[in-house]
Each structure stands twice: as structure tokens, then as C-alpha cells.
Design a protein. Structure first.
Length: 136
């Protein structure tokens, strides 16, 4: 929204006009008039940096899914989520979320396995159990 305020300022719109347009578009989620006014004051005479400021807290590890997959596939396929979390220095809940949501795995017979079978795995099941009509 700061970018919108800067754009309106470069068009020569007033703070009130900008706030009014934002209020019409965003409703209750629009910034207050004083916030828009502060943005206008900050943009005086220069092109603003519209990037977000750094936030407190631990940054999200974008490679965590890759690290978890490496542990499961190569190092310790029978490791529990708690053990994987210990190895990677992450929380157990985060590791479980990555395993289930991002990698689509589930813990079955003491091993992390894909939640859905691949076409090759389905065909292999049919070959092993030709008389079972319940299998795809």
C-alpha cells in the first residue's frame, strides 16, 4: 500500500484523496489517514525504498524441505520426526509440517513413505496381487 501512496503522490494527489481511494478499495483493511500522511512526509523529495523492513524472529529456512528430504532419503530413512529435528536443529512441529505438507510423506511401518502411490508403485501392486480387485 505504500507503493500506491507513493504513486498517488507522484500524480499530485492529496493525502485525503489517496486515503479516500484506498478506503474505497480496501475498506477496513485500508491504512488510516495519519498513516498515509506519514508516508507522504517520508516520500518528500526522494524516491522511497518500498521494501519491507527486516522483522524480528527467526527467518524462514527456504531450504529446510531439501534438508529434510536429504535426511529421509539418504541418511536416516527410519528416523522419527523428533530425530530429524535434532539433526537439523529445528522444531519437531516444523519438521512434521515439512514432511506432511511440503513433501507429502507419512510415517508408515517406521519409515517415511509417500502419501500417494506413484503409477509404477500401483502397477507393482497389481502384478503382486493380480486377483485383488480392490487395488487400482
Amino acid at each position: 500500500m505504500r507503493g500506491i501512496a507513493w504513486f498517488y503522490k507522484t500524480l499530485g494527489k492529496s493525502v485525503g484523496d489517496t486515503h479516500g481511494d484506498m478506503k474505497r478499495v480496501y475498506g477496513d483493511a485500508a491504512p488510516t489517514l495519519s498513516t498515509v500522511s506519514n508516508w507522504y512526509a517520508r516520500y518528500e523529495g526522494e524516491t522511497p525504498n518500498l521494501d519491507d523492513r527486516p522483522r524480528s524472529g527467526r527467518p524462514k529456512d527456504r531450504d529446510l524441505a531439501t534438508h529434510v528430504a536429504n535426511v529421509v532419503e539418504e541418511e536416516e530413512p527410519h528416523a522419527s520426526s523428533r530425530r530429524i529435528a535434532e539433526l537439523l536443529g529445528s522444531s519437531k512441529d516444523t519438521v512434521v509440517s515439512v514432511l506432511k505438507d511440503e513433501l507429502g510423506l507419512r510415517f508408515f511401518h517406521l519409515k517415511w513413505v509417500p502419501h500417494e502411490l506413484s503409477v509404477a508403485q500401483k502397477e507393482q501392486r497389481v502384478i503382486k496381487n493380480p486377483g485383488n480387485s480392490l487395488l487400482p
